[in-house]
Every structure is written in structure tokens, then in C-alpha cells.
Design a protein around this ligand. Structure first.
Ligand SMILES: NC(=O)c1ccc[n+]([C@@H]2O[C@H](COP(=O)([O-])OP(=O)(O)OC[C@H]3O[C@@H](n4cnc5c(N)ncnc54)[C@H](OP(=O)(O)O)[C@@H]3O)[C@@H](O)[C@H]2O)c1
Length: 329
């Protein structure tokens, strides 16, 4: 099967790495196979469904995928590679972002665990390798030195971090600069109801350093799609960890209702839904600097989310949604 990329999608640079990504990528945590902590968030996704999710994403113009060692201890990486292979996607024609799990580990484990990452993803290379969170026993400098070794050895093409504060991000960037590189990205939680990075220095420093922000949970794990506002009984079907993590409570739904109604109105005028507008807002508010990685367990949702690539919001729409988002936060 060959993928027809229907959309002529503009890409944005991934830091100064020379790589570029579509402003919408696909988050692949959902492919963790119900293993480990992931099962508190997502039901297992059969391989055929994962393949279909990847297919509709590619058809919609997406050129990259975010996965991690932590997502089912390799299950997500294997499911992504399996999907790409089933779709006969040529290695190197899409970009794969992976993550090293730093918990309880020193920087030495970056090199030690890399072969397992490469094996799980084979024949697709790890293009961007990220430190999943600032939780290693080693200093940021040591972690970046280990990542720079992988760059030197041409095993990866770019280095990113995730959940790093402004100070940690700057330390990572400076450490990589000493080796002739730079930090490509910081992956952080950023959505209309979680805008901490706008005030804590991460967004402005990323702009100054030329580091791309990758917005995770951009739909607040479903809340911003309006589907729970339309049917709050759906709250009963999801696990407590996800409910707690994303403000998926009856109170949370009521507080955000005016925002969701505006997202729905703005979407309806274009034949779209709230989800696409919530994603487009993150992209258009931060042109060229923020990419979003919505996840999906159903192909239909992935097919909707990629439509955000075709949306351009006016300055007035961005400002009004901004205002309602601030009131809901
Ligand atoms: N670096 C980190 O620490 C970190 C943390 C979290 C996530 N991530 C990354 O970010 C990605 C996305 O984050 P996330 O999965 O937490 O949250 P998200 O993308 O905000 O939400 C994904 C969930 O929202 C629902 N959904 C998605 N599109 C929808 C649509 N159009 N209509 C209705 N419902 C829709 C689906 O729920 P159902 O499955 O219930 O249908 C889907 O599983 C992950 O896959 C992962 O790659 C990284």
C-alpha cells in the first residue's frame, strides 16, 4: 500500500537541527499496548487499528511520530514501526521522535539503552532522541554529553528534552553548544487549559534559543474536543489517572464550557470541530515555534486532528479564544 499525502503541508524547523516537522505530528503513547502505567490512561490498541491511525495521519499530511521507551517498554515503538512497515513507508521518509527514560538511571544508560530503541523501531531510525523528564541521577550536562555522542556517531539527528524548566532547557542547550550542536526541542504539556509555559519562562526562552516547543496532551486528553461536554456519562468510561491528570471532572467540564462552545462555533463555521480549533490555536498563536502531537486510539479521531493542518485562525479568533481560555483556567 502506498500512502498518498493529500495535503500540501508547510513544515516548521525543529530547532536548528536541519530537520523540519509538520505542525501536527502523531503522539503514539496510545500504542503502549496497555502495559505498565500506560494502562491507567489508554486501552490497548490492536495493531491493525494502530496501522490505520498511522495511515490516516500520513494521508492528512503528518510527517512525524512521537514515541518513547516508557510507552509500554518498547510496545509503542514496535507498534509504530509495524504500522509504518505495513504501510510500506520508506525509512527516512518520515521522522521519528523517541525518548530515553531517565528514572533511576545515570546518563550512561543513554548509550546502553539506545540499541534496544533502534531495534524496537527498526528499520526506522530514531531522528530526534529526547530525555523524557528531568529525573536522571546525572547532571543535565552529562545527559547532553551522552546525547552528543549519539549525534557524533550519526545514530540520531537531533536532541530534545521533555518537561524541562527554562533553566534546565538553557543548561541543555549550552551543554550541546559546547559540542557544536544545539537543543532542538522541549516537549511540554501545553494546551488551552494548561498554559504554564507562557508564564514560567519556557516559551520565551525557547523562542530566544531557537528551541521548538512540542506541545503534548494538546487536547487535554480529550476534554478540549467537547465530547465529554456533550455526554458527561463518558467520564465513567475513563480511568481515574486520566480524569485527574486532565481536569476531566464534572466541575472541570462546567468551567470550560464557554471555551468549548466557542471552539465549536469557530469550527462549525469551517465545517470542523472543537478539536481541530484547539490544535490550530496552539499552532497559530506561536507561528513556526510550536508543534502539537495529539494522540488517538481511533482512526476517526486521528483523521479529524490532522485537519488542523489546514486551519488558519484570524488574529481576532486567536485573541477571543485566548480570553475564554484564560477565564476557564
Ligand atoms: N513527554 C511527556 O511527558 C508526555 C506526556 C503525555 C503525552 N505525551 C505525548 O503526547 C501525545 C498526546 O498526549 P495525550 O495522549 O496525553 O493527550 P491528547 O493528545 O490531548 O489526548 C488524546 C486522547 O484524546 C481523545 N481524542 C483525540 N482526538 C480526539 C478527537 N478528535 N475527538 C475526540 N476525542 C479525541 C482520545 O481519547 P480516547 O482514547 O478515549 O478516544 C485520545 O486518546 C502522547 O501520545 C505522547 O506521544 C508526552
Amino acid at each position: 500500500m502506498s500512502i498518498e499525502n493529500k495535503a500540501a503541508v508547510k513544515t516548521i524547523p525543529l530547532g536548528a537541527s536541519g530537520l523540519s516537522v509538520t505542525p501536527v505530528g502523531l503522539g503514539c503513547w496510545q500504542f503502549a499496548g496497555g502495559v505498565g502505567f500506560s494502562k491507567m490512561f489508554w486501552k490497548p490498541v490492536p495493531q491493525e487499528t494502530a496501522t490505520e491511525i498511522v495511515r490516516v495521519s500520513l494521508e492528512g499530511g503528518v510527517n512525524w511520530f512521537d514515541t518513547a521507551e516508557a510507552y509500554g517498554r518498547g510496545a509503542s515503538e514496535r507498534a509504530l514501526a509495524g504500522a509504518l512497515a505495513a504501510l510500506k513507508v520508506a525509512p527516512g521518509s518520515v521522522l521519528v521522535a523517541d525518548k530515553w527514560l531517565p528514572f533511576g538511571r545515570t546518563a550512561r544508560s543513554i548509550a546502553k539503552t539506545f540499541p534496544a530503541r533502534a531495534l524496537a523501531l527498526q528499520p526506522y531510525p530514531v531522528d530526534l532522541h529526547q530525555v523524557h523528564m528531568p529525573a536522571s541521577f546525572s547532571s543535565v550536562e552529562k545527559q547532553m554529553a551522552a546525547m552528543a555522542d549519539l549525534l557524533d556517531e550519526k545514530k540520531i539527528k537531533a536532541v530534545g528534552v521533555s518537561n524541562f524548566s527554562a533553566a534546565q532547557m538553557e543548561a541543555a542547550h549550552r551543554a550541546l553548544q559546547k559540542r557544536g550542536y544545539g537543543l532542538a526541542s522541549n516537549q511540554v504539556r501545553y494546551h488551552l487549559l494548561e498554559r504554564g509555559i507562557e508564564g514560567n519562562g519556557v516559551l520565551s526562552l525557547a523562542r530566544d534559543l531557537g528551541v521548538t516547543i512540542i506541545a503534548y496532551s494538546p487536547l487535554a486528553q480529550g476534554l478540549l474536543t467537547g465530547r465529554f461536554h456533550g455526554d458527561s456519562e463518558q467520564l465513567k468510561k475513563i480511568g481515574w489517572a486520566r480524569r485527574r491528570n486532565s481536569g476531566l471532572s464534572r466541575e472541570g467540564l462546567e468551567r470550560s464550557r464557554p471555551l468549548i462552545e466557542e471552539l465549536e462555533r469557530t469550527g462549525a463555521a469551517r465545517g470542523l470541530g472543537a478539536a481541530e480549533i484547539a490544535l490550530a490555536w496552539l499552532i497559530d498563536k506561536n507561528p513556526g515555534r510550536v508543534a502539537v502531537i495529539p494522540g488517538a486510539t481511533r482512526p476517526g479521531h486521528a483523521a479529524l486532528n490532522v485537519r488542523a493542518l489546514g486551519v488558519t485562525l484570524s488574529a481576532g479568533e486567536i485573541a477571543w479564544i485566548d480570553e475564554l481560555s484564560a477565564r476557564a483556567g
